[in-house]
Design a protein around this ligand. Sequence first.
Ligand code: AMP
Ligand code: GLY
Length: 427
Amino acid sequence: MRILVIGSGGREHALAWKLAQSRHCTKLYAAPGNPGIAKVAQGVPIKPDDLKGLVEFAQKEKVDLTLVGPEKPLIDGLVDRFRKAGLRVFGPNQKAAQVEGSKAWSKAVMTHFAVPTAEYHTFQRLADALRYIENHEEPLVVKASGIAAGKGVFVCRNQQEARRAVETIMTQKAFGEAGDTVVIEERLTGEEASILALVDNSTIYSLESSQDHKAVFDGDQGPNTGGMGAYSPAPVVTERLQAKIDREILVPMVHGMKTEGAPYSGLLYAGVMVTPGGPKVLEFNARFGDPEAQPLLVRLKSDLVEALEATIDNRLDRVTLEWDPRPAVCVVMASGGYPDAYEKGKEITGLEKADAMEGVVVFHAGTREEDGKLYTDGGRVLGVTAIGRDITEARDRAYEAVRAIHFHRAHWRTDIGAKAIRRLGGT
Ligand code: AMP
Ligand code: GLY
């Protein structure tokens, strides 16, 4: 099979790395890919938002299967266009991708179908949003309804922060039209987990659990990022809790979307807060999580192509995925300053040494190659991922590899996996 992966981040490197190992894969392309992906796939200089260019490429190269990494092409209708052109593609169509593309829509479906989530209100006018904040002293979370690269969410400690967040979104229009509608919701407390599930017409198949680390600094301090590290499995998600999440969150949501005329097919990601009152949804995403995909895919033993094909063909009921029982940890190395302004173009060294360490795979995100040298080219630069006999060993291996890699002003969190290790009684 000739396969195309769309995207250029750590998630797409992990997906390409896994697809390249499939016995069904005869040729792998990545649009546009990155220097890490280029080791396993042929890079194609087409941007993920060039939907027309992607359709034309897939037709010309007779691509048998396309896998979309990031949300934007899904929300913009890539799947609809591919299908119309007779091309096979994994992922939700434009209508179903609203589950991520419009938080207002997603929350309305959740509420209608009794999916547990934070209480919320939506606003289109600044004055109304400000009045609501005036009348609510409890901590609030303010969100741009549309997509904002993981940066449109403000977890506020007080009314002043909430006011400032609304003004950033609605007055300064920091996220453009993604902020035309604002969602203000109650702030939930607890531990977060990421639940990724394959969904077809009649079956929901949850993958192993994982946990992201959204805040930029240790101890979950500082602004939210796209994700600074992840591990799988997440011990907070016990078997019992997973069953509850399947039953109370995934089943009613997938049913609800179908009832709303937006049936889901592809990978559905539920960001969940495990609160004292049970699991509640923070958000849904229409694609694999990044960095969660990195530790997850190094643990997946089954053929990814077969799982994607089964999802497209509504055969998920006949699929069983095999997982490596050993945990995996991914530590993101970022450019100093991220998620705010940062510099690019810093030379990266030590990667080969890190990659050769036992149990370690280094996934590329924002990197660029020139004259055989590697340079930083984005906020999140590398996803240093390791598997180990327990989470402590996986973490230690990942950090040993991190210490072998160097670039100017590299930043990483030093506490990835700490919550899991504490929960399991280690240090
Ligand atoms: P979202 O993109 O909606 O998942 O939000 C990004 C992050 O903001 C989440 O992973 C949480 O860390 C945090 N967050 C979002 N909504 C809430 C909420 N209602 N209560 C507490 N934290 C939240
Ligand atoms: N790691 C969070 C996300 O992929 O949205």
